[in-house]
Design a protein around this ligand. Structure first.
Ligand code: HEM
Length: 273
């Protein structure tokens, strides 16, 4: 696991596998099949994936999910897939097989890299400012840490296009009816007009204030409670187990995703002790 310098890649070993593992458990996917799901999901979310690879991964994942739902009809459990199947049996008109498959697809895709990068971004923020880590540990303030990361280091850069139903004037620009708007949601958290002159700074001690980290309105993140819980447990456990964990390179040297959708380090070399 460790490289020559003793550094390990926290993305590869911890932040990347964890969210898919959690989602697979939620779906009731057996352990032996989880790695394949992780690979498909990873391929689908890379901006370096070719169209052919993308189509192949998506076909693989959708095919798996359709077959998995069929298998679960005779193998029920305390999981989301069984819950969806029951809902369909109770009221067959409202949930088609295809919708069920796409719900699982969406939860996987929406809950994977978002959480991977949020945890990694928070580790970088905490390790770049010892005061913050001290505060988190001394006060067991992981909840505040996660909220501050969602505000100032959000993993979601932008969200789906929105199309105004009428002409709107925003920041001195008129956006016409039906024109696509891409909202840079991560930058809303560091808006100085909203969060003050120190908006860019990660500061878990600051008075918590509403942010748009999980979006707003009818499409507000379905997985927000799970993401909050997962990030809190992951960070508390990581720094509890490895209190001296530190970055093995300067934070400015870390390679980041080149994506318009999610942002976080692609590798995160750390020294555990
Ligand atoms: C730190 C982690 C996460 C962040 C920052 C995040 C952020 C977001 C944001 C900003 C949206 C709104 C998208 C829009 O308005 O177009 C969204 C939607 C969504 N998220 Fe999350 N998310 C996270 C984790 C998760 C997890 C763990 C799950 C599920 C297990 C999940 C499932 C969803 C789903 C299904 C939607 C679509 C909701 C809809 O369109 O009605 N997310 N998320």
């Amino acid at each position: 696991m460790a490289g020559q310098s003793g550094a390990v890649d926290l993305v590869r070993l911890f932040t990347e596998p964890l969210p898919v593992m959690v989602i697979c458990e939620l779906f009731g996917v057996p352990q032996g099949e989880q790695q394949q799901i992780r690979d498909w999901s990873h391929t689908l979310l890379q901006h370096t994936t070719s169209p052919e690879e993308m189509l192949a991964a998506n076909a693989g994942l959708l095919g798996y999910l359709a077959a998995f739902i069929e298998r679960k009809r005779d193998d029920s459990g305390d999981d989301l897939t069984t819950g969806l199947i029951r809902a369909q049996e109770d009221d067959g008109d409202r949930l088609s097989d295809s919708e069920m498959m796409w719900i699982l697809w969406l939860v996987l895709i929406a809950g994977h890299e978002t959480t991977v990068h949020l945890i990694a971004n928070t580790v970088v923020a905490l390790r770049s400012d010892p005061e913050q880590l001290r505060f988190a540990r001394a006060r067991n303030a992981w909840e505040q840490v996660v909220e501050e990361a969602l505000r100032s280091r959000n993993s979601v850069v932008s969200v789906m296009f929105r199309y105004p139903l009428r002409d709107v004037r925003l920041g001195g620009v008129t956006v016409g009816t039906g024109q696509p708007i891409m909202i840079g949601i991560s930058s809303t958290g560091t808006d100085r007009a909203r969060f003050g002159g120190e908006a860019q700074r990660f500061d878990a001690v600051r008075e918590p204030d509403a942010h748009l980290g999980f979006g707003r309105g009818p499409h507000f993140c379905l997985g927000a409670p799970l993401a909050r819980l997962e990030a809190r447990i992951a960070l508390a456990s990581l720094f509890g187990r490895f209190p001296d964990l530190r970055l093995a390179v300067e934070s400015g040297e870390l390679p980041y995703t080149s994506s318009l959708i999610t942002e976080g380090p692609t590798t995160l070399p750390v020294l555990l002790r």
